[in-house]
Design a protein around this ligand. Structure first.
Ligand SMILES: [Mg+2]
Length: 346
């Protein structure tokens, strides 16, 4: 792959005279309703992002985003977007989707846009936050098709509308051989408290929402629902001492919740497996986007579970194990080192 270089789209204005982007858009709206699966790339210059200058592309993006794109200066169109001062603590997170690591030709363009936002929402959920605004940095090969990009933005917009997230700004850079989008999400706490990954102690029990494993074959990696309501609820429970979302697989991620001098004792028989998955898949597949948290050791787990079920009757919650003193793993506990979670930049 060639090195990425960033420059303006204006070199390609000569192509843009040949058709009107508004005609193009109307013509394609119906087809997009079918949520076509397609390659992000096209051989036709006319159908590619290179056919449009930067200004026209930005105008199209605003149209695709629709109501989630506020007017300038509170949205796209100025050097910065202006936001009201936040009450209380703000949260901020950033996560990308990169072709072909986080999506490929088999993932609908709309789903890619939604996945980008949902990955970030999952991080907010993990701290008990709710979203307030987002900005998006896009790096595009000039051969990316406009039709794909429209699907991407319409999927992002639908998800943003659902979760009440204004998309207030962004940037477009061109880079040969690259298709990546990075979203920065701002949020705030939903209650008096945010929950971090630190704070768990030996003796605390470990719990996980939903089911684990098989996120690729089940398409869960882009169909998932971020656990925002669940995360906010959990952050209000003082007995929840530490929490995170699962992106790289439980075996790898759970170490971030493990305090010094402690070890994780997980009983493989209790893991909530997605249909068709085994223990290895649940521990190592990654992209589960579920919440895992440590519950204070003196908490009545059965009573906690009853309250959870009243609040979230359709979302499984499972006690998967406990934090034990290092070196004192019970014989039945899984050896997590044997299950290699998803490694970034592997
Ligand atoms: Mg995370």
């Amino acid at each position: 792959m060639r090195l990425a270089r960033s420059f303006s789209f204006s070199y390609s204005f000569s192509f843009s005279d040949r058709f009107d982007p508004e005609d193009w858009e109307n013509e394609n709206e119906q087809e997009n309703e079918n949520d076509l699966i397609m390659s992000p790339f096209t051989r036709s210059v006319r159908e590619s992002v290179a056919a449009l200058g930067e200004e026209r592309l930005i105008a199209l993006i605003q149209r695709w985003l629709g109501p989630v794109s506020p007017r300038t200066p509170f949205g796209i169109g100025d050097d910065c977007a202006v936001l009201p001062a936040a009450k209380g603590r703000q949260l901020i997170t950033v996560d990308p989707v990169v072709y072909p690591r986080h999506f490929n030709d088999a993932v609908p363009a709309r789903a890619v846009g939604a996945k980008l936002l949902k990955r970030n929402l999952s991080d907010l959920a993990a701290m008990g936050g709710r979203p307030t605004a987002a900005v998006l940095a896009l790096t595009l090969d000039p051969r990316v098709s406009l039709r794909w990009l429209e699907g991407f933005y319409r999927g992002l917009a639908a998800c943003a509308r659902q979760h009440g997230v204004p998309i207030v700004g962004g940037d477009i850079a061109q880079a040969d051989g690259t298709l990546a989008a990075s979203l920065t999400l701002l949020g705030q706490c939903t209650g008096p408290r945010f929950v971090t990954r630190t704070g768990a102690r030996v003796g605390d029990s470990l719990w996980v929402t939903g089911r684990l494993g098989g996120s690729l074959p089940s398409r869960h990696h882009y169909t998932f629902t971020p656990r925002l309501a669940e995360g906010a609820w959990l952050a209000r429970q003082k007995a929840v001492r530490a929490m995170m979302d699962l992106s790289d697989g439980l075996a790898k991620d759970v170490h971030a919740l493990t305090p010094r001098g402690a070890a994780v004792a997980i009983d493989g028989k209790t893991l909530p497996l997605r249909r068709g998955c085994d223990v290895r898949a649940a521990l190592a597949d990654g992209e589960d986007y579920e919440l895992v948290f440590a519950l204070a050791r003196d908490t009545d787990g059965a009573a906690f579970l009853r309250r959870w079920r009243r609040a979230f009757p359709r979302v499984p919650l499972t006690c998967i194990g406990r934090l034990v003193p290092a070196g004192k793993l019970p014989a039945a506990a899984l050896d997590l080192a044997a299950y290699h979670g998803y490694e970034h930049l592997r």
